[in-house]
Design a protein. Structure first.
Length: 326
């Protein structure tokens, strides 16, 4: 209860502080060659003139069954950004919120899925934003945040295109480990049956250990990983695979921020902890916050505050490192 009171008080402070400065949040539509269709977005633009090299850009992703309006209508994002910028808590930035259906932010047209949304965002939308707005075009001035399905998407895009993003944050992200080789040929129904038993290993009456965090199978994937769900395709696109590849090849990864509620109804704290442990084991920058709450907007409206602070702290970190080494 005390944690809820503190979180609510913090949110009220952010939403009421520094109301004299206001950005603008507007609808926009860009054509995507990858989708052969238009892509609807909401774009937040801060007040005032941009710096000489342009504003940094944050791509903010919605969750399952959401759209480009989710953060505007349910997340109070405009008021939160206005207040944090006005208070000097974060620097002015452009925030781009695309609507991607239940695509899971992967390319899926080849398997009959929703479409090639990964390419649509990392190529088509990015170029449109950079060609039509006074924003930065370098990795040190670009980041990505997402919630739930968008948490998976943010991590997938950031790790698969590490040259594009300085930082990534996942809010209650749909994070699961790879399906083990021994289970690759199981049907989605069979995988669903062993989800909990694969995670909780009761060694004796007093000892419970954690195992594999299997993906939650069902129609929520909307064909993004094949129909029926293809465990091999999921593993190929999963963030744990990408992390392992980067570690093996000694490649950098964006700074990572993970947060999730301890009462998450989908038990997504399991995957957040597993990913944090994986990143920490390989000395990759990762911050983990287990907060009070379920898989709801009341949690995300608060957790976005610290996620924005984290991202703001990563702007130009690479530039500073380079300058110090010269």
């Amino acid at each position: 209860m005390r944690a809820n009171i503190i979180a609510t008080s913090l949110l009220l402070f952010v939403l009421t502080a520094g109301g004299s400065v206001a950005g603008s949040l507007k609808d926009a539509t860009f054509h995507s060659n990858a989708l052969n269709a238009d892509l609807a977005v909401n774009i937040y633009r801060p007040d005032g003139d941009p710096p000489e090299n342009g504003w940094p850009v944050l791509y903010l992703l919605h969750g399952h069954d959401g759209d480009q309006n989710s953060w505007r209508d349910l997340g109070n994002i405009e008021k939160t950004l206005d207040a944090m910028i006005a208070a000097g808590t974060i620097r002015p930035l452009v925030v781009v919120m695309p609507g991607v259906k239940n695509s899971w932010y992967v390319d899926s047209s080849a398997v009959g899925g929703p479409g090639d949304y990964e390419t649509a965002l990392t190529v088509d939308l990015r170029r449109q934003v950079e060609n039509t707005m006074p924003v930065r075009k370098d990795r040190a001035g670009r980041a990505i945040i997402g919630l739930s399905m968008g948490g998976f998407g943010a991590l997938h895009l950031a790790y698969s295109h590490e040259d594009l993003y300085a930082a990534v944050a996942s809010l209650s992200g749909a994070i699961w480990q790879n399906v083990p080789a021994s289970d690759l040929d199981k049907t989605p129904a069979e995988l669903k049956l062993i989800q909990d038993s694969a995670f909780f290993h009761r060694l004796d009456r007093t000892t419970v250990t954690s195992g594999i965090v299997l993906p939650s199978t069902g129609d929520h994937f909307s064909g993004a990983f094949g129909t029926p769900f293809d465990a091999r395709l999921f593993n190929e696109k999963n963030v744990f695979t990408t992390v392992a590849q980067h570690v093996a090849e000694a490649q950098d990864l964006p700074a990572t921020y993970l947060t999730v509620g301890d009462d998450d109804g989908f038990s997504l704290w399991r995957g957040a902890v597993a990913l944090h442990e994986t990143l920490q084991a390989d000395n990759r920058k990762s911050e983990l916050r287990i907060t009070d709450g379920d898989h709801v907007w009341a949690v995300w409206k608060v957790s976005i505050i610290d996620a924005l602070k984290f991202v703001d702290g990563e702007w130009d970190v690479e530039v500073s490192k380079t300058a110090k080494s010269e």
